[in-house]
Design a protein around this ligand. Structure first.
Ligand SMILES: CC(C)(COP(=O)(O)OP(=O)(O)OC[C@H]1O[C@@H](n2cnc3c(N)ncnc32)[C@H](O)[C@@H]1OP(=O)(O)O)[C@@H](O)C(=O)NCCC(=O)NCCS
Length: 164
């Protein structure tokens, strides 16, 4: 059994905005230090991934290690055309964010979190999920392995959609 398998997956709570801020920062800094938390909070297009969590239809999952420490998270956030996320496709399609703590990556946790959120999304009859991935981020191959495809010619090349 590896460290990834020893973690428990549970629902993300409404009082876990701080975890989402940490996760968003980890995602923005995937290639190395780029933003501090203060800087991320000052950019509305970044901060809206974690502030005012949750919106009426938003939901997510947390991976917790044996000590109860959060080591990963996946969450679905609804945006609007007036205030879109980087991977915005349509107001009816939430955007997925996923993050796994350094030292825990490559152990299958991200896969477990994403497939777990697919189940919840299907049980809510969501048509699809979108996301944004930057050029060069190896996370793209994970998303493609899990069925995400380019959103289409009208969208940025890093905007992917998973039909459910
Ligand atoms: C992307 C991320 C959530 C994946 O979670 P994970 O637990 O490492 O993923 P898994 O172990 O389930 O799967 C490994 C896959 O993730 C990809 N991956 C991306 N970044 C990785 C990293 N830093 N370490 C290991 N694998 C990584 C691998 O290429 C691999 O793809 P493959 O299985 O198609 O070969 C996690 O690595 C992470 O938080 N990375 C840093 C932040 C980031 O890039 N977030 C995504 C922003 S769009």
């Amino acid at each position: 059994m590896n460290a990834g398998e020893m973690t428990m997956i549970r629902a993300l709570r409404a009082d876990e905005q701080e975890l989402l801020a940490r996760a968003t920062l980890g995602n923005m800094n995937w290639a190395g230090p780029r933003y501090t938390l203060d800087q991320a909070m000052a950019v509305p297009a970044i901060a809206h991934y974690f502030t005012w969590w949750p919106g009426p239809f938003d939901f997510g999952l947390v991976a917790e290690d044996a000590q109860g420490v959060a080591v990963g998270a996946v969450w679905l956030r609804y945006f609007t055309a007036a205030d879109p996320g980087f991977g915005f496709v349509d107001a009816s399609i939430p955007e997925l964010c996923v993050w796994v703590a350094e030292g825990q990556r490559g152990l299958g946790l991200g896969t477990r979190l994403i497939t777990g959120i697919f189940e919840h999304a299907r049980s809510r009859a969501l048509p699809a999920i979108s996301l944004s991935v930057e050029t060069g981020n190896p996370a793209r191959s994970l998303y493609e392995r899990l069925g995400f495809v380019p959103a289409g010619p009208y969208f940025d090349a890093g905007t992917l959609v998973r039909h459910l």
